[in-house]
Structure formats: structure tokens, C-alpha cells
Write a protein that binds this ligand. Structure first.
Ligand code: FES
Length: 137
């Protein structure tokens, strides 16, 4: 049988250990994926865009300028419709309730409450290198 003093002492030591443990940061990792511009006719010209699934990640990729592409999660932050691109005014546009975003994904109008998630995308020699979240797949 354990006496009261030892019992309380063991609780104190246990609590001390729990308090002393630091919170572990989330282990976010990324992966780089290359896709070739030649495989997507709609993306080749400046102003072209596509919605495509790459390694389990749905992406809106916009060829916004010569030698430049941008990539976003196309899920509208309002009610999750798929956002497209309107090259005439260089806006990302949701077809459901007309939210508009700029080419940084920032909301310009409509009911969308937050910016679109943006992914790093680099175009070099007709190859697009995307930096995606690595969900372990
Ligand atoms: Fe995009 Fe409503 S779902 S504006």
C-alpha cells in the first residue's frame, strides 16, 4: 500500500513532466512535382489556364505572363465551387456567386471570406515545378 505522501509526490512529479513537455509543432512537409507545359494545350498561351489534379492535389494553374505561372487551390472559400480564370481582367472568378480574386488569391469581391490557397509554381524551359503539401501520399 502506498502512503499519502508518496502518492502526492508521484502526482507532482507526473504533473511536472506533463507541464515540462513542449508542444510539438505540426510537421508540415512539401514535395516538388514537375509537369510539362506541352501536355496542356489550354495552358500554353499566356492567359491560358487549367484545373488539374496533380498527385492528389487539385490545382488551378494560370499562365499569367511570359515565363510565369501561378497555382492555387481552386476551391472557392465561400461554398467550395471550383474557381476559374478570366484573362480579360486577370481575375480568378467563382461561377457560383461571383466571388473574384486577384492573382495573389486575395478576395476582391463577392461573398468569399478568405483568400485562395496559393502554391509555389515556377516555369522554366516549358516545365512547371510545383511545391505541394505532402500529405504522406
Ligand atoms: Fe464561390 Fe459562392 S461558392 S462565391
Amino acid at each position: 500500500m502506498i502512503d499519502r505522501r508518496r502518492f502526492l509526490k508521484s502526482l507532482g512529479a507526473g504533473a511536472g513532466v506533463l507541464i515540462a513537455l513542449p508542444a510539438l509543432p505540426a510537421l508540415a512537409t512539401t514535395k516538388k512535382v514537375a509537369i510539362h507545359l506541352d501536355k496542356f494545350d489550354k495552358l500554353k498561351p499566356v492567359g491560358g489556364w487549367i484545373v488539374v489534379r496533380v498527385k492528389d492535389t487539385e490545382l488551378l494553374i494560370v499562365h499569367d505572363a511570359e515565363g510565369s505561372v501561378r497555382a492555387f487551390d481552386p476551391t472557392c472559400t465561400h461554398l467550395k465551387c471550383t474557381v476559374g480564370y478570366r484573362p480579360e481582367d486577370r481575375r480568378l472568378v467563382c461561377p457560383c456567386h461571383a466571388s473574384t480574386y486577384d492573382l495573389d488569391g486575395v478576395v476582391l469581391g463577392g461573398p468569399a471570406p478568405r483568400a485562395l490557397k496559393r502554391y509555389d509554381a515556377v516555369l522554366k524551359d516549358d516545365t512547371i515545378v510545383l511545391t505541394l503539401d505532402d500529405a504522406g501520399s
